[in-house]
Design a protein around this ligand. Sequence first.
Ligand code: ACO
Length: 372
Amino acid sequence: MSTTKGLEGVVATTSSVSSIIDDVLTYRGYNIDDLADHASFEEVIYLLWNEKLPTQEELQAFKKDLASVSKVPDAVIEQMKSYPIEKVHPMAALRTAVSNLALFDDEADSHDDEANRRKALKLQAQLPTIVAAFARIRQGKQPVAPKEELSYAANFLYMLNEKEPDETSVKAIDKALVLHADHELNASTFTSRVCVATLSDMYSGVTSAIGALKGPLHGGANERVMAMLNEIGTVDKAEDYIKDALERKVKIMGFGHRVYKNGDPRAKHLKEMSRQMTEITGETNWYEMSVKIDEIVTNEKGLLPNVDFYSASVYHSLGIDHDLFTPIFAVSRVSGWIAHILEQYSNNRLIRPRAEYVGPDKQSWIPIEKRK
Ligand code: ACO
C-alpha cells in the first residue's frame, strides 16, 4: 500500500463542475476572470447547478424562486436566540442552524430529484438569512426579514444592516461571492461528497462542509488574515513581523495553496477590489499593508496570496464584522457544494478509501487487573 500525505495529487473523482488546469480556474468551462468581470452571483449559481448560463428569462425566474424561499423557519431563529451568544463563533452557529433547518423540512430525507432541487434553493437562499440573523441577535437586535425584490448580494447586506446598501458595496459582495462559489475538490467540497456518497441527505452534506470550511487551513484563514493585519497595525511594522513569523515557522494566513503553485487566479481580483474599497473608506493602510506583506512573503518564501488574503481587507472595508468573513465564504460556497452533491448523487458510489496500518501488531490480551 502506498500513501500520499493529505491526498496531495490524488485524483479522487471525475467532475464537470469546475476545474483547475495549469493554474486556470473555470466553472463549467467558463474562465473565472470572465465570470468575475461579467456574471452576477445568481448567474453563477444557475450555471453551477444547470451546466449552462441562464437566459434573461431563466435568470429572472431563478432569482424569484431563490428569493421566495429566503425566509428561515421561525423556530430556527428562535433557537439561535438560545445559543450561548457571547462565546459562539458565527461558523459554529451557522453549522448548527443549517443542521436545524433539516428538522423543519418534510423533504429533508427525500432523494427525489425535484425535492433535491427544492432543498438546494432553500439552502442557498437561507444561509445568508441565518448569518445575518445571528449577527443581529448577538447585537441584541431583531433579525431583519429578507426583501424579495433585492438581489442576493444586496439582500444579504440589507439583512445585516437593516438598510439598503449602496451600489458599490453590492457589486463588491456580489463579485466576492462569484469568486468563492466553487473550487474543484477543495476540503469542504470533498467532505460534502464523502457525506452524501453514503446516500445521506443534502442538509447533512452542507452541514459537514461548513464544519470543514471553518478550519484555519481552509475558509477560516480570511478572519485570521484580518487579525494579523490588526496585530501588525502599520505598514512600517510589516517587514519585521512577517520575517520574525517566518523564522519561527509560523504559517502566514492567506498564503500558499495545495494546487496553485504560480498564484491563485482569484487573488488579483480581490487585490484590485481591496485597493478600490480602501480608497473609498480612506483606510488605504489595510491595502498598503497587505501589498507589503505580499511582497515579503513572496520574496522570502516564494508563496503567493490565495483567495483569503485580500478578501479580508475587502470585507473589512464593507464594515463587516471580522468573524463573519468565513460565514460569507460559506454563503457563496454552498452553491458549489450543492452542485457537487447533485453530481455525486447522479453517479454515486460509496467513498471509502483505505488506511495503511502503522500501529502495534500481534498484541497479547491482558486481563484488566494485570494492566499497568
Ligand atoms: N506561511 C508560511 N509557510 C507556509 C505557508 C504559509 N502560509 N504555507 C505553506 N508553507 C510552507 C510550510 O510550512 C511547508 O514548509 P516546510 O516544507 O519547510 O515544512 C511548505 O510551505 C509546504 O506547506 P504545506 O502546509 O505542506 O502545504 P499544503 O499543500 O499542505 O497546505 C495550505 C496548503 C494549507 C493552504 C498552506 O499553504 C497553509 O497552511 N496556508 C495558510 C492558511 C491558508 O491561507 N489557508 C487558505 C487556503 S485557500 C482556501 O482554502 C480557501
